[in-house]
Design a protein around this ligand. Structure first.
Ligand SMILES: Cc1cc2nc3c(=O)[nH]c(=O)nc-3n(C[C@H](O)[C@H](O)[C@H](O)COP(=O)(O)O)c2cc1C
Length: 278
């Protein structure tokens, strides 16, 4: 193919939802009752979340008046409950643009089959069944270029996670245990298999299903340190002219999770001082 040909099509998609985790946002109505709404437009940097919320929703109305919320991330398996909320609004009367497609529903928790759980630092409750729950305070609401939406900047003040999502003894979410509900071009997806790591990945690479090794990271000794820091154990399996092989194992039962195979000089020096555990 020469440089002037383009192997892509020019198209006009109706939405640009490339794929973002769904969240359930809970805000407080004027009468103190909670409003629950699904959304997916957002991004996070540090402790800040930026949410893309329609201006005519009850959620945006509530946040302008009472700037506290919870942002709850459902698991992929909970998509049916999320979908039950797709044609309702907490706004009464229903805004003109939504007439015919949405109806007013004041009891959205019950409709979806979710239940409210009191928050610790903010007034709106969390969604008890959501594995990952953030409590937050709105720091700024900025109208969009298109008046139909707001960019809502939220400082996350507390994070709650199911214990099975947390690397034991750490503050890290185990990304292999976490299955967000991904909304992509108006379809729901689970995530796929792990395909790679960055040098900042918090957990030693090499999930059991790929048989990959940890040798892609900067220092094998750092990896062993990090693994121990998460409560895992290790065992030296081999030490010979080709290098050392170290298994990284779970703290419970010692099952091997991944393997470091390396001839890194610092690792060899360290391994020479350890006992082999075949
Ligand atoms: C999967 C899914 C994703 C959605 N994403 C967004 C979104 O990112 N922002 C938004 O404002 N509304 C989004 N919506 C639509 C709102 O949930 C809908 O407008 C709802 O009526 C808002 O409820 P409320 O008026 O009680 O706030 C989404 C809905 C679904 C089902």
């Amino acid at each position: 193919m020469d440089a002037t040909t383009d192997d892509h099509l020019v198209i006009e998609p109706s939405v640009l939802y490339v794929g973002t985790p769904v969240y359930l946002v809970v805000t407080e109505n004027a009468d103190g009752s909670p409003n629950l709404a699904p959304a997916s437009s957002h991004w996070a940097l540090g402790r800040m979340l930026v949410l893309g919320l329609e201006a005519d929703g009850q959620t945006a109305t509530n946040l302008a008046e009472r700037p506290q919320l919870t942002v709850n991330f459902p698991a992929a398996s909970q998509w049916r409950r999320v979908e039950r909320l797709s044609a309702v609004t907490g706004r009464d009367p229903v805004p003109k643009a939504k007439t015919g497609q949405y109806r007013f529903e004041p009891r959205k928790f019950e409709l979806a089959g979710f239940s409210p759980k009191p928050s610790e630092l903010v007034s709106p409750p969390r969604v008890r069944e959501a594995p990952l729950q953030f409590e937050g305070e709105v720091r700024r609401m900025t109208p969009g270029v298109d008046p139909g939406y707001y960019m809502v900047e939220v400082e996350v003040v507390r994070v709650h996670a199911l214990p099975e999502l947390v690397v034991p003894g750490s503050n890290h979410i185990d990304p292999r245990a976490w299955h967000p509900l991904v909304y992509s071009f108006r379809h729901y997806f689970d995530r796929g298999a792990e395909v790679g790591w960055t040098r900042k990945s918090a957990i030693a690479p090499g999930p059991p299903d790929t048989g990959e090794t940890a040798s892609c990271l900067s220092s094998p000794l750092d990896e062993i340190d990090r693994w121990e820091g998460f409560g895992g154990t290790w065992a030296l399996r081999r030490l010979d002219v080709d290098g050392a092989v170290v298994s990284l194992c779970r703290c419970d039962g010692g099952e091997e999770v991944s393997r470091i195979e390396s001839a890194d000089p610092a690792l060899l020096e360290w391994a020479a001082r350890q006992e082999l555990q075949p």
